[in-house]
Each structure stands twice: as structure tokens, then as C-alpha cells.
Design a protein around this ligand. Sequence first.
Ligand code: C5P
Length: 401
Amino acid sequence: MNIVVGITGGIAAYKAVGVVRALVLAGHDVHVVATDAALRFVGRPTLEAISRNPVHSDLYEGVAEVRHVALGQRADLIVIAPATAHTLAKLATGLADDLLGNTVLASSAPLVLAPAMHTEMWQHPATVANVRTLVERGAQLVGPGSGQLTGSDSGPGRMAEVDDIVAAALAAAGPRDLAGRRILVTAGGTREPLDPVRFIGNRSSGKQGVALARAAALRGAAVTLVVANIDDGVLADEGLPGVEVVHVSTTLELQEAAQHAAGEADVVIMAAAVADYHPESVAQEKIKKETQGDELELRLVRNPDILKELTAARREGQLFVGFAAETERDRDALLELGRAKAARKGVDYLVLNRVGWSEGFATDRNAVTVLNAGGDIVGDADGTKTSVADRILDLVIGDHD
Ligand code: C5P
């Protein structure tokens, strides 16, 4: 998306750098429009480095390209953080005496405002009336929160946290077709301990499951994400505001967390790679080669099939989506495996993907085929895990509306 981040002159401008950074890392093209006052609080080089674009502040620069309206016309979303009392007043009146005012007036994109000011200013009837006008016109407000302000005072007026601003901004720009749904997503790969320092595991990074949780939350769903052993970076990179995250490690822990969350869920998406077996016994001390010799025998016992148990106990109207990661190279044989698995697990949809030494796991891209309960292909998706997540949601939930 092309996003304009408007920064106005409040001390919270330093936190706007975090908003810009999060939007850039989420893959968006971010253009900062800063007022002169904002640039007294945060430096242009910082904003240019973080946004990876020139910072615009002067109404009389770039006149040949009609920049005073072009930025607004091109924007898919405008976020103003912080929005001072003065800026709210200007926007409510429709003044265009600076570049930000022009940009907002020239745009029909969603407008998200993160006000920041002292409590007295926020509660002044003038500001209250301006905010009401802006909200009635469709602007979306995020915050302000209540807390410590710049001086020794505290109260309402503190700018919302960066994550909340980013979540509100992305949600304002995207479709809200999953509002009111409760979705459980599992992600990552379970690990079965052998001894205090070793485990049997798999190479699932959890990226596809995390992308699904994020996409569902952005589309308005209430999401619980049960994650098994994924890197902190995968969660942080994605930024998961609005998602309740539950951490587990073993298959039995995943089972307990999934059963708990599935009770409430309308949709269950089992993207986690679950270990099929666990060691019959876990050594309490490190297993030593000195005592084991040249061969080590491990006795493994079957884990419960979590998904099969969940579908067997399904509530009326609940929707189940399973995943199948297979190494089979022949497409027809792969589809046959998928069809058999969809039937065996009792799912409504099965997301089938090929995995291998360099495919599927850990990468940022994925290619999947989605089958329905009868084994028919309902669609394919090929692209970044983020785009694949949205397509999967379209295919499995879209047609149930
Ligand atoms: O049987 P297989 O592991 O190929 O099935 C994959 C699907 O079943 C995935 O959705 C996975 O999360 C789920 N599964 C499970 N419990 C297991 C094994 C797999 O829920 N023990």
C-alpha cells in the first residue's frame, strides 16, 4: 500500500518513527509528510532513513509535479501520528495552509488519527467538537490513552502505542469481512524431548501460520494463535496486534491449548507441523554416547491426532482447515494424498503444499492447492506467505458468508 504518515508538532513525534518503521517492515511504501513543527522534534534524516523515501514538508517544493495534491491522491491510507489539537482543528475546518492539510483534502483514502496533547487541550470543548466532526466524517481515532504526559502531569492525552496505531491503520485500510468471527490458528512445529537438552522436531518456521493469524486479525477476526517453537523474530517481524498468542512446545501441550481455544472458535486452521510420535520415555539426564556405545535405540509412541479429534467433536457450523505438507513430486499423486488426508481428518478444507529440502519450510514464499472435503480443488495460491494467507482465507471462509 501507498501510505502517507503525517507527523505534526508534538513531543510524541519521536514515537511516530516507530509507526513509520513498522509500516515499512510490513512491506508498505511509506511517505512522510511532516509539519515544520514536527521537524523540530524529530530530524528529517531519521525519517528519510526509516521511511526509505524523501520527507515532504514544504508546500512550495515539487510544484511542477503538483505535489500538494499528488501525495493525497496516490495514498491508499493516511495516518497522522501524533495529531495535535491544532492539527485536529485544521482538519476539522478543512484548512490547507500547509502540505499535510492539502494532502488530506486531496485524498479519499481512510484517515487514521492518533491524537496526542495535554489533558486540558484534549478535553477542551473546541477539541471535543473538532474530533466529533472528524469522526462523523469517517476519520478513525486511535487513542489517546491515559497515562504519564510530557511534564509531571498525567491523564488522557497520551498518544496510543505504536503497535495499536499500526493495527488500527492497517485495519482501516483493509476489508473487514471477518469481523465477528473467532478463529484459532496453530503454527510452528512441535518438539518432543529426548532428554533435557535434545528433542525430535521439524523444520516448520511457523511463518505461514503466523501470516494467516495476522491476515485474519487485519480482516476483523478475533484470533487465537497457538505457536509451537517459532523464532521470536517471526512473531515480531509480522507484528501481531489484536492476536492472542499462546506458546506451547510439545504435541500434548499443543493439543491442550488447541482443545481449549477450539471450544469458542468458529474456524480452526491447523497450520502447525505436529510430531506424529514422541519418545516413550524422556531421559532425566543427558543421554551419553559413552554409556550408549555405537548404537542408540529410541522407542517412539504415537501422538494423538489433534485435528481428527477436534473435527470428531465439531459443533454445528464450525469450520476446520487442515494442512498437508508432502514431499511427493508427482502432482496427481500429491493430490491423491491430499484427498485421502482430507477424508481421514474430517476437515472442510485441506491446504496442500509440497515441501522439500528447499521448498515450503522456512522460506518467505509458498505455493499451495486448497481441496474441499470431497477432494475437489477449490483454488491455488502462489506467492509470499502473506498473500497466500489472504487467498487461503478467501477460499475457505469467503464462500461461507
Ligand atoms: O497427518 P499429517 O501430519 O500429515 O496431517 C497434517 C494435518 O494434521 C495438519 O493440519 C496438522 O496440524 C494436523 N495434525 C494434528 N495432529 C497430529 C498430526 C497432524 O492435528 N498428530
